[in-house]
Design a protein around this ligand. Structure first.
Ligand SMILES: [Zn+2]
Ligand SMILES: [Zn+2]
Ligand SMILES: [Zn+2]
Length: 538
């Protein structure tokens, strides 16, 4: 019995030791943060951009309640913004938790753990209609309207999470596995308004320049769930950090953590009386960028105020950015997991002439930069060629994108927006000025097959490809003696582009040249357009 008693005492001593080292770690963290904030330490030397998911347990000990850490996995804040976001399920040691709290890294006797992150919140000036984010250092710079698409700009508070907590501070019951999944966007490089913010660029293609720019501020944001009127953000209590994806919780509520206290002190209030705020979760960091600038002008689409043209440009840019990130990470001199690079784009409006500047950039996901952006710049020509090959030649010959070309785990939230052909056309234009080409009549006829079936079901007569007045027409639709030539036009060419082969038809021929982009995405509209043309309606 004596021996067992000694054993317990020894185990208790070890636990005591664990708790001491836990507190020491938090104190060390605070010291490091102080030194960084005074600029006394370089940020790349330590992993300061980690977030943890903290599971705790309050245990009675010597007239006091003491907190024990049960689990505390960590990951980079960029990943944590998606994977620990409120609503997500997190499995640790066979227990399932649902993230339900966002707080600062505090000692366990702090009553309002979220206060510190709310004191340091940022205001993000952003557009809900496009990817525009204004420079964080000057909130007035955005103005009232988005300089890219002219929508109203929104001002939303953004808090930087340090620690995520499980809902109610504990594991879920076996029958509860509901989950809300939200994603952080790629880091956004704020758009300069009215001034240029880059060192001098060097040409690397007909319409393409590049530069490495160091120590630039990027912002990664999880804007919550997508709703019909934009992004809903998260509802987070400004005192306890209790978080919800979709509903504004009650005024008086339980905290997602317990408070460590001693019997001698007054016991903290059982319920939290904090206020819920609608915020984004995000992270601001500095890193080095390899930036590529494409100058776009007529006859390519440049009207970012037009929703369709904006959508086409954004999808092309997402695709080029993701292709670039893969090609760079696979370059033999670099050879990294694609998650070690981030890629993004921004559209820089240029009101002086009709050109549009499209910036695609690659950044080190490690804060402070690990030198990969520079290494990629030194191999830029090869990387661009490999990006083009990756976009033009999918081994699975997919229509838009698939796991064999552009898609992978880290860009799954983008899969609807990746279109390798669109990306390839933009990159080709950037490299050697080649304009997107009208597809061969047989290829167009193939793409128009679904539309043809719909029209035939209604009793309209279709044939194609067929020749009219010596011109090969992909699809000819006839009804009641009326004839319409139907074809496709490249998505990246502006609506007033005149180079379509239908231009060779006599002016008396009715023609409909459909945009390739909408054909795959909004068939009912296209169907209606052709139908109206054949039936002679407006
Ligand atoms: Zn916009
Ligand atoms: Zn609260
Ligand atoms: Zn593919």
């Amino acid at each position: 019995a004596t021996a067992a008693g000694e054993g317990e005492a020894a185990a208790g001593g070890e636990e005591e030791e664990d708790r001491r080292s836990e507190r020491q770690a938090i104190a060390d963290q605070e010291l490091l943060e102080f030194l960084f904030s005074k600029g006394l330490l370089p940020s790349y030397a330590f992993p300061t951009d980690l977030s943890s998911f903290l599971v705790e347990r309050l245990v009675p000990r010597n007239n006091e309640w003491k907190m024990e850490v049960v689990e505390r996995p960590q990951q980079s804040i960029g990943k944590a913004l998606s994977e620990y976001a409120p609503g997500r399920l997190i499995v640790i040691n066979k227990e399932t938790y649902r993230s339900g709290g966002v707080v600062a890294n505090t000692l366990p006797d702090v009553e309002n753990r979220a206060e510190a992150i709310f004191e340091e919140r940022h205001t993000l000036v952003h557009c809900e209609n496009c990817s525009f984010v204004a420079d964080l250092t000057d909130v007035t710079q955005g103005g009232a309207r988005c300089p890219v698409c002219e929508s109203d700009l929104k001002h939303t508070h953004m808090v930087v999470p340090q620690v995520f907590l499980p809902e109610e501070g504990r594991a879920l019951k076996d029958d509860d596995r509901d989950q809300d999944i939200t994603y952080a966007t790629a880091a956004q490089f704020p758009v300069p308004v009215g001034k240029d913010d880059l060192p001098s660029l060097r040409p690397v293609g007909r319409n393409l320049m590049y530069v490495v720019t160091t120590d630039r501020q990027l912002v990664t944001v999880n804007k919550g769930q997508e709703t019909s009127d934009g992004r809903s953000g998260f509802w987070i209590c400004n005192q306890c950090g209790r978080a919800s994806v979709d509903e504004q919780p009650k005024v008086s509520h339980s905290r997602p953590y317990k408070i460590e206290f001693s019997y001698r002190k007054p016991r903290p209030a059982h319920q939290c009386a904090g206020t819920y705020e609608n915020v984004f979760l995000g992270h601001v960091f500095s890193t080095d960028l390899l930036l590529l600038r494409i100058s776009l002008s007529q006859p390519l689409v440049t009207e970012t105020g037009d929703p369709l043209q904006l959508r086409i440009l954004e999808d092309a840019l997402y695709s080029v950015a993701e292709g670039l990130r893969l090609a760079a990470s696979r370059h033999p001199q670099i050879d990294l997991d694609p998650s070690e690079f981030g890629a993004g784009f921004r559209i820089v409006p240029n009101r002086e002439d009709d050109t549009l500047l499209l910036d695609v950039y690659l950044y080190d996901t490690l804060s402070g930069g690990a030198g990969y952006a520079d290494l990629a710049a030194r191999n830029i020509e090869q990387i661009l060629q490999q990006t083009l090959t990756l976009l033009e030649e999918c081994p699975a010959r997919c229509e838009q994108s698939c796991e064999s070309c552009l898609r992978h785990y880290h860009n799954q939230y983008l899969k609807e927006r990746l279109d390798r052909n669109l990306g390839a056309e933009l990159l080709r234009y950037a490299l050697d000025g080649t304009l997107p080409k009208e597809k061969a009549p047989a290829a167009q006829a193939n793409l128009l097959r679904n539309l043809q079936r719909l029209l035939e079901l209604e009793g309209l007569e279709c044939k194609g490809p067929a020749e009219i007045h010596g011109v090969a027409v992909p699809l000819v639709v006839e009804h009641g003696g009326r004839q319409v030539a139907v074809g496709l036009r490249p998505a990246l060419l502006a609506p007033d582009w005149q180079g379509h082969s239908f231009g060779q038809l006599p002016a008396t021929t009715s023609t409909v040249a459909l945009n390739e982009f909408i054909l795959g995405r909004n068939l009912p509209d296209e169907h209606q357009m052709v139908r109206n043309a054949v039936l002679g309606k407006q």
